[in-house]
Design a protein around this ligand. Structure first.
Ligand code: ZN
Length: 140
């Protein structure tokens, strides 16, 4: 994990939906991230069905809590970026600030939030830029 930014992917049960095993899922996610110039420290996913009532399927906070534990960052030092209300709720339950991106389901989610105060960005690149700019202002 390079520098002091760690990106961890957190997914809900996409295994059944995409007919992948867990190794394939992690590999696919890592590959897509690096194709876009990203570097994921870990990929965490919920392997359970919704009716199993596990602690990790978003909006449960389990995966975000695990990501915090693995990264060594506090909740306040972290940011959950998502396109779905379940992402924002999981962040809230874990006490981590959240941001919404307008990619994926994000535009629909933005409409559903109806003006609720969640920082919203066009895409992940804009989120990354905002984080870096805020960090520059802190250190200078
Ligand atoms: Zn689960």
């Amino acid at each position: 994990m390079a520098g002091n930014l760690v990106f961890i992917g957190v997914l809900n049960g996409t295994l059944e939906a995409r007919d992948l095993n867990s190794g394939d899922l992690v590999w696919e996610f890592q590959t897509e991230a690096s194709r876009q110039g990203g570097d994921l420290g870990a990929v965490l996913y919920c392997p359970h069905a919704p009716e199993e009532g596990c602690a990790c399927r978003k909006p449960a906070p389990g995966l975000i809590q695990e990501a915090l534990a693995r990264s060594g960052f506090t909740a306040a030092e972290s940011l959950v970026v998502g396109d779905d209300r379940r992402d924002l709720e999981a962040a809230s339950r874990a006490g981590v600030p959240a941001a919404l991106v307008r990619t994926g389901k994000g535009r629909k989610t933005e409409m559903l939030l109806n003006g609720a105060p969640v920082p919203t960005y066009d895409d992940l690149a804009h989120v990354a830029r905002a984080i870096l700019e805020a960090h520059e202002h802190r250190v200078t």
